[in-house]
Design a protein around this ligand. Structure first.
Ligand code: PRT
Ligand code: MG
Length: 225
């Protein structure tokens, strides 16, 4: 898995939205400004104030793929995304820093009124809808609960409301989405934040350029935490 070619600027893969927004202060701490806004611009390759750094804007769950194959030298991805990715595609990614950004919790949630404890206690087979199949499988296996996992790609909150599943495993930050849909979190699966990930070949061949950025991000995230 080769790094981006040497005559190109370093490439940082980000998703738009919360990860992009929370990465801007980290870049600023490294003395780098970004003028283009991916929410309004249609550009997928975004220059920065540094000639040696460009951003690419990809789906959150695609960030590890771009970095693993060396199309991006480094990237920022949630532990939720990384856990699923690494389970299927081990190797090739170095994860040097927990940036402590885009924090949330991966939770089991059910319809208000659904007696989760009783269902688990009785040994009922639960239908669980989630995008996080790997994390969900490990969580319920550790509890000794039998589950049928239903893979969804979005709007997990709908599944218990229309009888697709008894429970969901999804990310919760304010809890507003669960509340608005008459769902309650009944268990925490994991605490989530985003990590810096680096292509292993890039780290070797371009470490003189990468390491100062890794250090700046690391210091900035520690001081912003
Ligand atoms: O949106 P898209 O389908 O393109 O991809 P994505 O949802 O994976 O991307 P994005 O940008 O929404 O999330 C990127 C990363 O941010 C995730 O991988 C997490 O690591 C992190 N993060 C932090 C969150 C949240 N907080 C979060 N609240 N990701 C998603 N949510 C969603 C959650 O899935 C639920 O639908 O927000 C809703 C709940 O939010 P509250 O505030 O109502 O509880
Ligand atoms: Mg989203």
């Amino acid at each position: 898995m080769s790094p981006a070619s040497l005559d190109k600027p370093l490439t940082l893969a980000l998703s738009k939205g919360r990860i992009f927004d929370e990465t801007m202060p980290l870049l600023a701490a490294a003395g780098i400004q970004v003028t283009e806004n991916p929410e309004t611009s249609r550009k997928l390759i975004i220059p920065t104030s540094s000639d040696n750094l460009q951003l690419i804007i990809v789906r959150a769950s695609d960030v590890p793929t771009y970095v693993q194959y060396g199309a991006a030298d480094f990237g920022i991805a949630g532990k939720d995304v990384l856990h699923e990715h690494v389970a299927e595609h081990p190797g090739g990614l170095y994860q040097p820093v927990d940036l402590n950004i885009a924090r949330c919790r991966l939770c089991v949630a059910v319809r208000r009124g659904f007696d989760y404890e009783a269902a688990v206690y009785k040994g009922a087979r639960l239908r669980v809808a989630t995008k996080y199949v790997q994390a969900a499988r490990e969580h319920f296996a550790a509890k000794g609960v039998y589950v049928d996992l239903i893979k969804l790609y979005g709007s997990m909150e709908l599944a218990p409301l229309v009888g697709l599943a008894d429970a969901i495993v999804d990310l919760v930050s304010t809890g507003g989405t669960l509340k608005a849909n008459n769902l309650v979190a009944v268990e925490e699966v994991a605490q989530i934040s985003s990590r810096l990930i680096v292509n292993q070949a890039s780290l070797k061949t371009r470490s003189a350029e990468l390491q100062p950025l890794i250090d700046a991000f690391s210091h900035a995230s520690a001081s912003l935490a």
